[in-house]
Each structure stands twice: as structure tokens, then as C-alpha cells.
Design a protein around this ligand. Sequence first.
Ligand code: FAD
Length: 473
Amino acid sequence: MGAGPNGLVAALTLARAGLVVDVYEAADQPGGGCRTAELTVPGFRHDVCSAVHPLLVASPAFADIDLLAHGVRILTPSVAFAHPLDGGRAVCVGHNVDDVADSLGEDGPAYARTFSPLARDVDKILPAFLGSMRSLPAHPLAAAGFGLRGLSSAQRFARRFSTEEGQALVAGTAAHSMLPLTAPLSGVFPRLFTSLAHRYGWPVVEGGSAAIVGALVAEITALGGHIETGRLVKRLDDLPSARAVVLDVTPRQLLEMAADTVPRRYGRALGRYHYGPGVCKVDWALSGPVPWSAEGCRQAVTVHVGGTFSEIARGEADVNAGRHPDHPYCLVTQPCVVDPTRAPAGGHTLWAYCHVPNGSDVDMTERIEAQIERFAPGFRDLILGRATCTAVDEEERNPSYVGGDINAGAATLRQMVFRPTVQWNPYRTALRGVYLCSAATPPGGGVHGMCGLGAARAALHDLGQHGAGSPAS
Ligand SMILES: Cc1cc2nc3c(=O)[nH]c(=O)nc-3n(C[C@H](O)[C@H](O)[C@H](O)COP(=O)(O)OP(=O)(O)OC[C@H]3O[C@@H](n4cnc5c(N)ncnc54)[C@H](O)[C@@H]3O)c2cc1C
């Protein structure tokens, strides 16, 4: 149930193992957080949610899905992400570690010392972080070293840099976590995302993220699977009986769907699951590219807008304390930098979101636009149309984004390891034959399909099909 990327990867894994698979999806289209639509002006195609896919290209769940055969073209920009600062400055991260180090002046040696080994070892580290968090990693030393260092906060990590550029780079990547930058574990995100940028780039999909879902749907239906859209499942008993039921929902939804059948202790554990801040997202149709003052930002699909480390830290602390920052950190994507098919000739699409307190209905459009205008004077003059989605709107569109939390649960230390509850196999529930496959299970948010793969493997194991569902089978 639920045709997000995780639900579809679960369905495909089960179908490949020879099971008959039916998928029920509440929305009119499959895809969940991986859809593309004309949200503003006809002819301008926007990624409704996910746009940038380093996790997809690195994920074992997609390793044996021939995306190209389904017409999915991955487009990788020369600059993975950029971070503008006042005075027309920016720090830009592309493929080469030394290039970034050279651009960082006195922070160059610290950058190279930090990221050369991480970029080299990222393939050893990733399986541990994209897995169930319960099994022994293939490269325990590399994974443990990475994990232990990542336990520290972004603030502590940033101390190894002395320039505004070096420290801002840490803040921009750490803030993806939605944690305060002083929180334990916030230091893991700059390490992981920057290494991914060096190893895989931060690519987009030509024409929009929906193409990924198109490929998954084509594979499932080719194996006889069936996907029914427009079917909101309110209670577990509404589903036809099945040997395995795999749910692309978060703990709160499972509780609502099965409150009377869930054992009390497990119900209490689900009830303790903690959701993080929400997001307020804006999509724009533009008459041209964003006029960033810093040239490097014009080459990047992702731009971290928010200024210095301390400005971003203040804004994220506000959000986590229940306040709406006046000058929010904004995550901006401009896919037309590499993909002109998103808009009519000369036009550009742009999206940005900022973090807001969970459940917020505040429209942050004005504050987000002011932040972009600060680093790209003249941006507002290019706007042909816009569409805003507040945190409560996010949940209305997709019940899995509780309070607008697009990561399906806070990335706290406890919930990174014991997601969604403290139990050996995180995908099994206390209900026999019922599994969770959403981003509320390990490894968490993002389009990587690993939660779906983990849940399908647990189901196949319980059905006696040991070994089925491995990426190679
Ligand atoms: C604005 C935004 C930007 C993002 N950017 C990125 C990005 O650039 N890169 C990236 O990797 N990730 C990004 N993400 C995160 C990513 O989209 C999610 O982590 C991912 O989609 C989670 O996949 P999922 O299958 O677990 O859940 P979802 O994609 O949320 O899918 C869940 C599906 O289940 C359906 N459903 C829920 N309840 C029911 C019910 N009761 N009955 C029937 N169907 C139901 C929903 O309608 C939905 O289709 C972004 C998310 C958002 C919102």
C-alpha cells in the first residue's frame, strides 16, 4: 500500500520473487515524493517533491533496474551544489576534491584532508548507511570510523574550517537534516552529502523525477503486478487478504489504520515516534535563469541559500524551537541548468523550500524570495508564475508527510538507529504478515528505495523464500 519509491521498490522485489502483487495508492498518480507536474504555468514541468538524486545513483536497490532502458536519463551538473555568500562570493562543490580545496584558500588543506579519504571510501561506507542499521557492515572499520566521527555536531565539524566559505559549506549540507546544527549526528550529513557529490555528483532526471517512477511501474506491470490509484486505504481490514501486506506509511498512520489490532506495547512504541520540522515549498516558472551574483551558482542544480554558518544555525535553531525564521535557510534546485526540457525555450523552473515548525500553515514565500533576491538581485523580475505548498498542504497531498515532515520522522540519533521502533528487524511490525517500508524505516528519507527493499526481503524471508529479493536475484 502506497506507491512512493519505497512502496514501488518493495512491490517490484516481491513481483520479481514470483509473488502476485497489487499496489493501492491514495493519489491519482503513483510516485508519492517522486512526481513531476505543471504546477505553475502550462509548459513548465516541476518536480513536486524530490528533484536531486545522489542517493538513487548510489543505491543498491536501483543497481539492477535498467533505468536507461526505460528512457530515464540521469543528468549530472558540473557543480553538485553551491553556497552563495554576500559580496558575490560562493563556494562550489564539483567532482574534484582538489578543485574545491584550491578554491578555499587557507581552508584548502583541511578540506582535502577531510574529503579526499571520504570520497575515496564512500562506496565502502554507503552500504552500512543505506542498510537496515542492524547488520554488520562489509567494511566495519571504514563504516565505524565514519559513523563515530559523524556522531558529533555540525558546529563541531565546522571548527576545522576557519573561512566563512568553509564553514558555510558545512552548514548548507548539515541543514538538510533539519536538526539544530548543534545536535549530535548533524555532522554526519556534511560528510555524507559532500562525499556523494565528489563520487556521484548530485544529478537530476531529464524531464523530471517522475521518470524514475515510470520505470518502476513499467517493471512491476511487466511482471503482472497491478497498481490501483485513487484508493485511500483507511483501515488495514479494507485491504484484501494477502500473504504479505507492505505499507508505505509512517507509525502514526499505521496506528490510525490498525489501532484496535496492534498490541498495546507496540502501539505505545509507535506512538512515541517523533516527527521533525515541516517544509514550506515554492515552485516558480521563470523567464530566464536565476541571475546569481556568484558565477559558480549558475552551474549548480542545487544551491544552499542562507548565508554564513551562524545565520543558518540561528534559523534552524528557531525552527526546532517552534519559530518561523525571518531569514530562513533555503534549499534551492534549478534543474534547467542541465535539463532544458523542463520549460519552454529560454524559460527555467525553480523550486525552493525552507524548514518550518511541524504542522505550520505559514506561507514563507515572501521570506524565501527575499533570501534568493539577496544573492541574485533581479530574481523577482523573472517570475512568470509561482505555486506555494505550506507544511499542512504537504500533509494534505501526502499523508506520509505528517505535519509537513518530508523525511517521515526526525533524524535524531535514536531514530537514525532505531527507526521506527527498537526491534531487531525494523521492517516487521507486531502484526503477522504486515511490514513497514516507508522512509520511517532505515535508512530514512530520500529516493533510494532501500526501505522498500528491506521490507520486501523481510516479507520474503517470512514466506520461506530465503535469498529471494537480493539486488542480484
Ligand atoms: C519537497 C520535497 C523535496 C524532496 N527532495 C528530495 C530530493 O531532492 N532527493 C531525494 O532523494 N529525496 C527528496 N525528498 C524526499 C523523498 O521524496 C522521500 O523521502 C521519498 O519519496 C520517500 O519515499 P516513500 O516511498 O517512503 O514515501 P512517499 O514518497 O511519501 O510515498 C508514500 C505514498 O503512499 C501513499 N499513501 C500514504 N497513505 C496512504 C493510504 N492510507 N492509502 C493509500 N496510499 C497511501 C501516498 O499517497 C504516497 O504516494 C523530497 C521530499 C519533498 C516533499
